[in-house]
Design a protein around this ligand. Structure first.
Ligand code: AMP
Ligand code: ZN
Length: 471
């Protein structure tokens, strides 16, 4: 499998440290609000990556954190903790907010067929691990105490900006966010590992530490949670592209300084879902959720298909028109699959041939739009319906679009409608009208039509014969 690696800016052959266990880590949600459909784009594509790896024969262990402490309003370590902000907004405790929005997140994931990672760990569970890593960094001279907080010292690194060839000034924390500079920092990119002094004295969750009562910085949780469950070497770390800097850059700085060796080999970044006014974001306040799409009558699968139709390394523009198109495509696709009969036997040769295109798409840096077109190739192919159904079932292990289930539901709906409509007396009257017309007895034909009309039945004449429906 070839994957684009943000570290090298190239597509690289994916070679896990141990082919018997791919270790994958993904940054989880900050649970101070609902996930918006932009966040969920990232989780959908990560889900496709995990399922593709499994489909291609790699066992995977995937770990995800839940950020329930330490993510401040600005990525530059300033502002209020987002969790506290959420708690104040809703007059609830931080833990109540965390529980509510964690549950809401997984309920959205269920609706979008996003598999739950093997391990899900809330940040507040691992305080001992953070204290241990921070102490080790202090002992190694990679961190310092200033103004009551512990900072990572970026001047100890050979290279800090590992992901980008951007101008350093563009990326400078503070400059980017337009926030006031933290004067405790020795270097502008230094970041907080442990806070004891914050402008916000009412920080809800605090723990004792060798440096005083406080709470962890945002970045430390992902390094420690990953190492807790996956050890010192990581194959793939995934997240949204906005996390590349400063979050992932800081994760690498502290992890590799702590370990004394390289930590993660492949970095997988999903690009943004944008609206016509820019990146969809929780902090802007107005954003779209899966529930809102459902309220408007959209099947969450239409949104999943919308995401799969574009490559994860391209920005995706959301508009209602674009979503309507995806919904229509989904409906038509399901109708075509519903038309397949489970007859005949599976033709192994055709199966393998058609599967190759799908596998090739996944292997080529997760080209999901080509993977979706592989389903259409199957529908058009000259092979038995049984082969087609077997292939669609096979592909849907990765696509997770409920293709066979939705087709079955459609067939059941159509059968129920036909049954509700069935009425032998009306069938007989329609047949009598057809016979009268054939016998050129138009008066009788009109009389029957009028009688049916009075009973609320409309006749539709088609080249295949006369049909009827209730009006
Ligand atoms: P958060 O809950 O804010 O920590 O974000 C959860 C995930 O969603 C992170 O991996 C972000 O990088 C990602 N993300 C945030 N905004 C967007 C967006 N508009 N489009 C795609 N991914 C996003
Ligand atoms: Zn993270």
């Amino acid at each position: 499998m070839y994957l684009y690696n943000s570290l090298s800016h190239k597509k690289e052959l994916f070679v896990p440290n141990d082919p018997n266990l791919v270790k994958m880590y993904t940054c989880g949600p900050t649970v101070y609000h609902y996930a918006h459909i932009g966040n969920l784009r990232t989780y959908i594509m990560e889900d496709v990556l995990e399922k593709s790896l499994r489909y291609l024969g790699y066992p995977v262990k995937r770990v995800m954190n839940i950020t329930d402490v330490g993510h401040l309003a600005s990525d530059a370590d300033t502002g209020e903790d987002k969790m506290l902000k959420g708690a104040k907004r809703e007059h609830k405790s931080v833990m109540e907010i965390a529980k509510f929005y964690t549950d809401a997140f997984f309920s959205d994931c269920d609706k979008l067929n996003i598999k739950r990672p093997d391990v899900v760990e809330p940040a507040t569970n691992c305080i001992d691990e953070y204290i241990h890593m921070v102490q080790t960094l202090l002992d190694k001279g990679k961190a310092y105490l200033a103004g009551g907080n512990v900072y990572f010292d970026t001047s100890t690194l050979e290279k800090y900006y590992v992901f980008n060839d951007h101008d350093e000034e563009d990326l400078a924390v503070g400059v980017r966010e337009g926030v006031e500079e933290d004067t405790n920092k020795k270097n502008k990119n230094d970041f907080v590992l442990w806070f004891t002094k914050s402008k916000f004295e009412d920080q809800a969750l605090k723990w004792d530490s060798p440096w005083g009562v406080g709470y962890p910085g945002w970045h430390i949780e992902c390094s420690c949670i990953s190492m807790k469950h996956l050890g010192e070497d990581l194959d793939i770390h995934a997240g949204g592209i906005d996390n590349a800097f400063p979050h992932h850059t800081n994760e690498i700085a502290q992890s590799e300084s702590y370990l004394g060796h390289k930590w993660c080999n492949y970095w997988f970044h999903v690009h943004h879902l944008n609206t016509d006014t820019g990146k969809m974001s929780k902090s802007k306040g107005e954003f779209l959720t899966v529930s809102l799409l459902e309220q408007k009558g959209y099947d969450p699968m239409a949104y999943r298909l919308f995401c799969l139709q574009s490559h994860y390394r391209r920005n995706l523009v959301f508009s209602w028109e674009n979503l309507d198109n995806a919904a229509m495509t989904y409906e038509k696709l399901i109708a075509r699959i519903a038309g397949l009969k489970s007859e005949g036997s599976v033709d192994e040769e055709a199966f393998q041939q058609l599967k190759q295109r799908f596998v090739g798409a996944l292997n080529g840096d997760l080209n999901t739009s080509v993977a979706v077109t592989a389903v259409y190739d199957v529908l058009k192919a000259k092979c038995s319906d049984a082969t087609k159904l077997a292939l669609i079932q096979d592909f849907d292990q990765v696509l997770s679009l409920n293709l066979l289930q939705a087709a079955q539901a459609l067939r059941e709906k159509q059968a129920a409608e036909a049954e509700a409509q069935a009425d032998p007396e009306i069938d007989a009257l329609v047949a009598a009208r057809t016979a009268a017309k054939k016998a050129k007895n138009f008066g009788e034909a009109d009389r029957i039509r009028d009688e049916l009309k009075a009973r609320g039945i409309e006749i539709i004449d088609t080249p295949q014969g006369s049909k009827w429906r209730r009006v």
